[in-house]
Design a protein around this ligand. Structure first.
Ligand code: FRU
Length: 315
């Protein structure tokens, strides 16, 4: 299959930025006043096209919070590509690390957002677009980045190789090591393999519950045993807030900050991850105060996100 790099833009000059490696899709959002009944016709309050995908949402939030960032995702050369690239440009998200593929369909998610309680139901489809590969990564990433975040998806072996590549590179550096993080959100047990390779591990409530874990504190304790020396595990647990733990340091925890009215929870987890990274990437120190500050800010911004539709009100 043909793949090619995008032409360079002024964004390419942005070194020292946060790179998010993961998915980009077209999200067709349907805002409804109550969840639809099966096998009946319904009108929605509003329908719109949005740019979606966890890594793509991470970049949207980072950019709105003033953090220079780039998305590294695959793009299908189908007609939706114009919408997606224009939207990335509108948010000042660098796209020079994106890889285009011929003869593929754009992944599409159909979302039902229930205005009554903000719940989001997603039906996702990706017929044939491959994920970013290790070869793409070594060809395009020049290692000038300060932080590289990975969305754990189906390409676990490829992400393992990319993280290992960064760890090998970091061993050759006295200063300016690249910090890495990985999001383990999906209900894929294979993703645990990534825990031993990154500096920050974001575990979702959904993934932890799949392993019978019942709280954010238990989650960070449990996953810490799979990590490398000095790494931190972070877990947001919806209505009970978030917790984090590094090595033998005590657990830090904060509560959640729900908005007055929950309008749209789509991308709340992606918002938490991005807002936490925005704090962590702006501090040299790895002490517990910074870890607490990061998850507390993550919860505040994620809470604010749920109070409005989309992300623009976070600016
Ligand atoms: C939200 C999200 C959507 C996307 C879907 C894919 O977290 O990234 O933007 O369409 O999940 O799983």
């Amino acid at each position: 299959m043909d793949s090619q790099t995008r032409t360079l833009t002024s964004d390419d000059l942005c070194v020292n930025c946060v790179v998010c490696v993961g998915s980009l899709d077209l999200f067709v959002s349907n805002l409804v006043n109550g969840y639809p009944t099966e096998d009946l016709g319904h009108s929605c309050l509003e329908q719109r096209w949005q740019r979606g995908g966890n890594a793509s949402n991470n970049c949207t939030v980072l950019s709105l919070l003033g953090v220079p960032c780039k998305l590294m995702a695959t793009l299908a050369k189908s007609h939706e590509i114009t919408f997606l690239l224009n939207d990335l440009a509108a948010y000042n998200i660098g796209t020079d690390l994106c890889v285009e593929h011929e003869d593929c369909a754009t992944p599409v998610s159909i979302g039902i957002i229930n205005k009554q309680n903000g719940s989001r139901t997603i039906i996702h489809s990706n017929p044939n677009l491959p994920e970013i590969s290790f070869i793409d990564f070594t060809r395009l990433v020049d290692m000038t980045q300060k932080w590289i975040h990975f969305e754990g998806r189906r390409n676990v072996e490829e992400i393992e190789k990319m993280l290992q590549h960064i760890n090998d590179y970091n061993k050759t550096k006295q200063n300016d090591a690249i910090v890495t993080s990985v999001e383990i959100e999906k209900r894929n047990p294979e993703l645990v393999k990534l825990c031993s390779l990154a500096d920050y591990i974001f575990i979702s409530k959904e993934h932890a519950m799949m392993h019978g874990i019942a709280s954010k504190e238990d989650a960070v304790r449990k996953y810490l045993q799979y990590t490398k020396n000095g790494a931190a595990v972070i877990c947001a647990w919806g209505e009970t807030g978030a917790a984090a733990k590094r090595s033998s340091d005590p657990i830090v925890a904060c509560s959640c900050y729900p908005p007055e009215n929950v309008v749209d929870t789509l991308g709340a987890g992606d918002t938490f991850v991005a807002a936490s990274i925005s704090v962590l990437s702006s501090h040299e120190s790895t002490d517990n105060d910074v870890l607490l500050k990061a998850i507390d800010y993550g919860c505040r911004v994620a809470g604010a996100k749920c109070g409005g539709q989309g992300f623009d009100h976070l600016k």
